[in-house]
Ligand binder design. Structure first.
Ligand SMILES: Nc1ncnc2c1ncn2[C@@H]1O[C@H](COP(=O)(O)OP(=O)(O)O)[C@@H](O)[C@H]1O
Ligand SMILES: [Mg+2]
Length: 328
């Protein structure tokens, strides 16, 4: 594997749906073998990016190369290099696990003599061999997601696109799935994944692009992103009650640059916050408010996200409503 080879290159891609600017001049590249994450809230343009890179949607302008093939002028060859795992599975409910894999192998042009062996290999790898003859519709959400990933690998692509791979899964299945993603990376597959979960991006990704409203705000390793906000002090105050006006009140205090609320905790951000602690406390210590604890926090990727995008981290926790019938 050539060191640092760029296996995905995107230059100035834009896309509009009617009046909606889904993507605005995005540019980035993904290095061979890395897990590259697109982190952003619902509607940011993550799925549209995957659709463009897998040849399903044509951009209005810009260039994109996948494994060296131009996705706009040579989509057929570009597609051969990628496996795509969409948010909602593309598998057939009525077919068994094995039948789905064989059907996909056929669709991707895998030589017939290999259909059987590849399907078996994948069923074993994804721990579904015992359920080879169960219909897809009979699987749990976690198993459905695993089989959908297996199906995307049937033609042995070098690049795998995973659109919100853990959305809608329970905690244990989500953890198992993140383990699978790490194993695929160890096997040398380049992974492009999207997520609205900051923790997931931090755990899995070698590099993260933060995307908001169709624009990439920043691209870096989770570590560097956290370091970029090191100059910002964060103080967390646990208090009750939490009046709606508190954000405005706090932002009026000199030295407080940004305020967010997470449940019963108030988070203040600023470069010289420690100098303002006196005024913050005396302001809060009125009107029957009760302060339970005050602590300083070292920046997390979440802090970096808030600082770099201005998007409240709460917005990121909103799962998109799962479609009727759940993940299928
Ligand atoms: N086929 C479509 N028709 C109209 N608008 C669309 C279509 N696909 C996506 N959009 C809009 O484009 C924006 C980006 O969508 P999407 O890429 O799905 O975001 P994400 O995957 O980050 O949630 C959203 O405002 C969405 O409503
Ligand atoms: Mg999406």
């Amino acid at each position: 594997m050539e060191e640092n080879k760029e296996i995905i290159q995107v230059q100035g891609i834009s896309k509009k749906f009617g009046e909606i600017q889904a993507l605005q001049e995005i540019s980035f590249s993904v290095k061979e073998g890395e897990i590259f994450g697109f982190l952003g809230p619902n509607g940011a343009g993550k799925t549209t990016t995957i659709k463009i890179l897998s040849g399903l949607v044509k951009p209005a302008s810009g260039l994109a190369f996948v494994n060296g093939f131009n996705v706009i002028s040579d989509p057929v060859r570009a597609k051969e290099s990628v496996g795509v795992v969409p948010e909602s599975s593309n598998l057939y409910a009525e077919l068994t696990a094995r039948e789905n894999l064989i059907y996909m192998a056929q669709l991707y042009g895998v030589p017939k003599k290999e259909w059987e062996s590849r399907s078996e290999e994948l069923l074993r790898e994804f721990n579904l061999f015992d359920r080879a003859h169960t219909k897809f519709q009979g699987f749990s959400r976690g198993m459905k997601r695993r089989l959908t990933i297996a199906a995307a690998l049937v033609h042995r692509p070098r690049i795998l696109f995973l659109d919100e791979p853990t959305t809608g899964l329970d905690v244990m299945s989500a953890r198992g799935l993140r383990g699978i993603v790490k194993k695929l990376k160890e096997k040398g597959i380049t992974i492009f994944l999207t997520t609205h979960l900051i923790g997931e991006a931090e755990e899995l990704c070698d590099r993260v692009a933060i995307i908001v409203k169709g624009q990439i705000r920043v691209i870096d390793t989770p570590m560097v992103l956290k370091m970029k906000v090191q100059d910002t002090e964060v103080i967390e105050i646990k208090m009750q009650p939490m009046p709606a006006t508190i954000t405005k009140e706090m932002e009026a205090i000199p030295g407080v640059e940004k305020v967010t609320i997470v449940e019963d905790r108030l988070r203040l951000y600023g470069k010289t916050l420690h100098e303002s602690i006196g005024s913050i406390i005396s302001h809060l210590d009125q009107g029957g408010r009760k302060i339970f604890s005050i602590q300083t926090l070292t920046p997390t990727l979440e802090d970096a996200f808030v600082k770099l995008t201005g998007v409240d981290a709460e917005v990121m926790r909103i799962d998109k409503p799962v479609k009727m019938g759940g993940i299928n």
